[in-house]
Design a protein around this ligand. Structure first.
Ligand code: FAD
Length: 413
């Protein structure tokens, strides 16, 4: 009998796993189950759709025919509600059962809601799916005033959407700078200026204490912890993701903030794997368990999970993640784990050019580049190799840095 693989989630991790599985196991039964109503689309581009800059069509990646051509069963609009790891069976909300020899959890995460009054009011949006993007676009096009909450990579998307849709918005941040765990005030100031140019005002040492609503339950204002009130026809909240681990709560599959897997994407059960945002994986470069929330990383994890589902131990995940922001006139790139580490070095070169590296035990573990992305490949190379560069910070910050500038030998260690 042919082996059967079941994949939960048709995001980029699940979909790329299905593609690789078909290549590696031509005779296997492959089923991909998703609670969404559409096959894989480009989650990165849905913000451009919400900005009104891109029609819906190019956002789709796979039509259902793509799965048919590969003899992959795609099951849409189907939420998996139970996993029986003894019987090797998953069950959907409608009671349909799917048996597996190997299971892949590629379930991603769900945006967290603010734990404040009226946070589920009409007009308050979270952003993860194409459906969310459609609702955001419809609402933001009618809005004059907006509020953005969440000073991170998804919050900035909401801010850019407000800017592109001519919504005058306040961006309420808890600290004194945007993404303060990865950027210093110097670096963040470049982002703040770009936001202001687009009609989005950063408000520091703020946040949301509660929302007020009108008689129809639609949001009217946000009141911050200082008692200041901000009007909003439209609110975007992006304060982080909760990984979709509910379905494994009653199973022996280990999880913490995500599903715990090794460098082969295998969980503590031999026949259960996980890939994409939802994993907490053994990061071989960082030397500890880590999470990535990026498209390229999720795609690579799906691919590697599939190879190891067919032949365990065949390929390990060793990856430097990248995430770029393309909303502004200058380029922005975050790579690796810029919020981690025990040391750092940074440099400002101009009003639109700045750089920071995060180091751990003298090795680069992540960074943020604004304005000039040219040195990224040199930094990533050093990161992959694990070269100790902690005592050559000045050289690292040279404007046109290359690895040849270093005294340290660039070798695996
Ligand atoms: C607006 C936006 C902008 C982004 N911009 C960037 C960017 O510029 N660069 C970048 O690198 N990354 C970006 N990302 C992040 C990137 O999209 C994600 O890291 C990536 O899509 C994660 O893929 P995944 O397959 O792991 O999870 P997901 O894409 O979240 O897919 C998981 C799927 O599983 C489904 N699912 C979950 N539980 C179940 C269940 N029980 N039963 C059935 N189905 C289930 C979910 O509905 C979902 O369809 C962005 C994300 C968003 C939302």
């Amino acid at each position: 009998m042919s082996e059967s693989f079941v994949i939960i989630g048709d995001g980029v991790a699940g979909s790329s796993a299905a593609e690789t599985l078909r290549e590696e196991a031509p005779d296997a039964d492959i089923t991909v189950i998703t609670d969404e109503g559409e096959a894989l689309y480009n989650r990165i581009l849905i913000k451009e759709f919400a900005k009104g800059k891109l029609p819906a069509a190019p956002i789709s990646i796979h039509e259902p025919e793509w799965y048919e051509e590969r003899d992959i069963d795609l099951v849409l609009n189907t939420l998996v509600v139970d996993i029986d790891t003894e019987a090797n069976r998953v069950t959907s909300h409608g009671g349909e059962e799917f048996e597996y020899d190997k299971l892949l959890l590629a379930t991603g995460g769900t945006p967290s809601q603010l734990p404040v009054d009226n946070s589920d009011a009409e007009g308050i949006h979270h952003f993860w799916t194409f459906q969310d993007a459609r609702a955001i676009k419809a609402d933001v096009e009618e809005a004059d005033t907006g509020i953005v909450v969440g000073a991170g990579l998804l919050g900035i998307d909401f801010a850019a959407i407000c800017g592109a849709q001519d919504v005058e918005a306040n961006y309420l941040m808890r600290g004194n700078a945007w993404w303060r765990y990865a950027l210093s005030e110097d670096g963040a100031e470049i982002i703040h200026d770009a936001l202001r140019e687009r009609g989005v005002t950063p408000v520091f040492e703020s946040g949301v204490d509660h929302f007020t609503v009108d008689d129809d339950g639609r949001v009217e204002t946000a009141v911050d912890p200082n008692g200041n009130e901000y009007e909003a026809d439209f609110v975007g909240v992006a304060i982080g993701l909760n990984m979709n681990t509910e379905i494994i709560q009653d199973t022996p599959i280990e999880f913490d903030n995500g599903i715990i897997v090794d460098e082969y994407m295998r969980s503590n059960l031999d026949d259960v794997f996980a890939a994409g945002d939802t994993t907490e994986f053994n990061d071989l470069i960082l030397g500890e368990r880590a999470q990535n929330g990026a498209w390229g990383s999720a795609k690579a994890q799906g691919d590697i999970a599939a190879k190891n589902m067919v032949n365990y131990g065949s390929e390990e995940f060793r990856w430097v993640s990248s995430y770029s922001i393309t909303h502004f006139d200058f380029p922005f790139l975050s790579f690796g784990h810029p919020t981690l580490g025990d040391d750092e070095v940074e440099q400002k070169y101009s009003d639109t050019e700045w750089r920071r590296l995060a180091l751990k035990d003298g090795r680069i573990v992540g960074g943020v580049l604004i304005g000039d992305l040219a040195p990224q490949s040199a930094y990533k190379q050093l990161m992959r190799k694990g070269t100790r560069v902690g005592n050559e910070k000045e050289t690292l910050m040279q404007k046109s840095f290359s690895v040849e500038d270093l005294d340290a030998p660039v070798a695996d260690n």
